[in-house]
Ligand binder design. Sequence first.
Ligand code: SER
Length: 306
Amino acid sequence: MILITGAGGQIGAVLTKALQKRYGLDKVLPTDIRKVAFDGDLFELLDITDKTRLVELVNQYQITEIYHLAAVLSATGESRPVFTWDINMSGLLNVLEVARHTSVKKVFYPSSIAVFGEETSLELAPQFGALIPTTVYGISKVAGESWCNYYSLKYNVDVRSLRFPGIIGHETLPGGGTTDYAVEIYHAAVQGKTFHCYISENEKMPMIYMKDAIRSVMELMEAPKDAIKVRTSYNLAAMSFSPKEIAASIQRVLPDFKIVYEPDFRDDIARSWPDQLDDAHAVRDWGWKPEFELEGMTGDMIRCLG
Ligand code: SER
């Protein structure tokens, strides 16, 4: 039985459905700090900082896998640094401790392009290299990756993790991230609105379509245990583009679409992140291969939102 934290979030809502489809409605327990409606009868409220409640749920439902998605993202995190650190770290440590002492056998933990900073090679960030982030969110992910590695080495907890690029999907809206513009831009475009972009026009970031992101989680989690060699977090790559490039791809479908640039503090965050990640280890260890490029994603997003 699988437990998901943050099931109402951008990734959580889509991943919950995908896991329900694959393993059955009665094998997936979505949880969130707020009530969220899902197919089937299973749902529980869970504040991830409440370890006692997490232990209760794990015992009650005989949980064997946890997908720990609850977190505060990069842009929101900057206005509440200590709160963000508390939520992101105590949430993960609760999950890891529970995995160490209970029926839980496997854990999924999303990391992020936010672990990198300007001391790494930003054109193509390597799997192993300097991780000196400038956001609280990034700091929590660097520490989180190291805790995952530690629990794997010391306690043989089977924790698996991916450094996600910005995730773009039509099903859900992200909240409080730096890469959110790349989802919001499609909503503006199909509604015929001018998009006010808080990232400068040539600032590239790594991105991935939701369908590929969900598949990457499934494939990572289903890979044989001994294939997983990286126990901090795998670089994951799919596509890379700037606001100008995504706007142009939208204009090829919706020629009247307009964008104006009004960069704010999130543009500085974006500048400290890589353009693309070198995901050779993910390719080699468990066969990662993305399917969507920018044009295919734009076509799909506009079809689904239109
Ligand atoms: N998409 C996230 C953010 O922008 C990065 O992991 O905060």
